[in-house]
Ligand binder design. Structure first.
Ligand SMILES: NC(=O)c1ccc[n+]([C@@H]2O[C@H](COP(=O)([O-])OP(=O)(O)OC[C@H]3O[C@@H](n4cnc5c(N)ncnc54)[C@H](O)[C@@H]3O)[C@@H](O)[C@H]2O)c1
Length: 339
């Protein structure tokens, strides 16, 4: 069995390492020669995973067809805004076997189209006349690459439409340290995973301003209500927001030292550098920044109120100081908790 993975970053490498326990061959495709060479020559990916060893049945390639040929399944682990262009290349490949499912693991929405990433993938497969040949799913949840690489117990959600036997793939993806649940609410799973990074940015800002646990708990809870309102308007099921891709990923992202979104929020409060300058120097993708843009557009389009998201957006794109954003959230009109 061969698993193909698009991406050679933190999550692609850590997840690929996990799969090597079960799959004979795991092949990562990347666009950066230094990452590909390092994985193949030293069995490490130091830029993203320090000195964690990657087993010999995992290799990387710059040649997309080399990655796709004879693959039984394809995992998409590049930043959300890069997925469309990458899937266009996959759809054009003549060697990608019919029947192989395509599983998205990027967290986010496409900002330009306001579509979920699985929708973007389906759209590109349809445009290439290949939508009948590949089921599209997602694998998302609280799963920091750094901890999966250390084989710390982790649980995620596999979701897709029912035409595929996802339970079959569930057992092929699960392992002793990596528990996989199924959930057929693909919209809810993607919306929850995509937008929780905005709340992580808010929690990071609060941390940077010296706020305490009351503030963190409040932002996470009110943030989750915000996300579930948006999720419902976009066709997700409210209960999914209480699952791994929802509250699970929200807690993990908002409290973790590994969370680049939380850390980015904290960095914004230090002053001296604009959000764009901090972003330009980030080694890893900070999905929450794109998502604040997408969520605000959706909020306007659907008439869903997203107060925390709006403040995060204004800090990122309208030069609003984080302290003022926090004060404006606290000074909003008083209201019932559930409305
Ligand atoms: N790191 C994690 O713990 C984690 C966990 C779950 C989900 N995710 C999600 O996985 C996705 C990837 O995150 P990551 O942490 O691996 O990011 P990363 O920044 O560590 O790596 C990104 C990878 O994508 C490649 N890439 C960037 N632009 C590309 C393009 N246009 N075409 C092809 N390849 C391109 C880079 O070369 C790099 O290999 C994100 O959506 C993230 O939210 C990450």
């Amino acid at each position: 069995m061969k698993a193909a993975i698009l991406g050679t970053g933190s999550w692609a490498s850590a997840f690929g390492r996990h799969l090597t326990h079960k799959w004979e061959r795991v092949v990562l495709w990347g666009i950066e020669a230094d990452q590909v060479n390092s994985i193949n020559q030293t069995g490490t990916n130091p830029q993203f995973l320090g000195d964690t060893r990657l087993p010999p049945n995992l290799r990387a390639t710059l040649d997309l067809d080399d990655c796709l040929k004879n693959a039984d399944i394809l995992f998409v682990v590049v930043p959300s805004q890069a997925v469309r262009s990458v899937i266009q290349k996959v759809a054009a490949s003549t060697v990608f076997p019919d029947g192989a499912p395509v599983i998205n693991m990027a967290k986010g929405f496409e900002v330009s189209s306001l579509k979920r990433i699985s929708e973007v993938i389906e759209e590109e497969l349809t445009a290439a006349g290949k939508s009948d040949q590949h089921s599209v799913g997602v694998l998302l949840g609280p799963s920091h690459a750094e901890e999966v690489a250390l084989e710390q117990p982790t649980a995620v959600v596999l979701s897709g439409r029912t035409k595929t036997d996802w339970a079959h793939w569930q057992s092929w993806i699960a392992g002793p340290f990596f528990r996989v649940y199924t959930n057929d609410d693909i919209a809810g799973v993607e919306i929850a995973s995509g937008f929780k990074n905005i709340i992580a940015l808010a929690v990071g800002m609060a941390d940077g301003l010296g706020a305490g646990d009351n503030t963190r708990g409040t932002l996470m809870t009110r943030g989750m209500l915000e996300l579930s309102r948006l999720g419902k308007a976009l066709g997700g099921r409210p209960e999914t927001f209480f699952g791994l891709a929802g509250i699970g990923d929200m807690i993990t992202t908002c409290i973790s030292k590994h969370s680049r979104n939380r850390n980015f929020g904290e960095e914004l409060t230090r002053g001296g550098r604009s959000p764009q300058e901090i972003l330009d120097n980030a080694v890893q993708v900070v999905e929450g920044v794109h998502m604040a843009k997408a969520a605000l557009k959706l909020s306007d389009k659907l008439g869903v109120e997203l107060p925390i998201t709006k403040q995060v957006h204004d800090v990122l794109f309208s030069e609003k100081p984080p302290r003022q954003a926090m004060r404006e959230l606290m000074e909003r009109e008083l209201r019932p908790e559930l409305d």
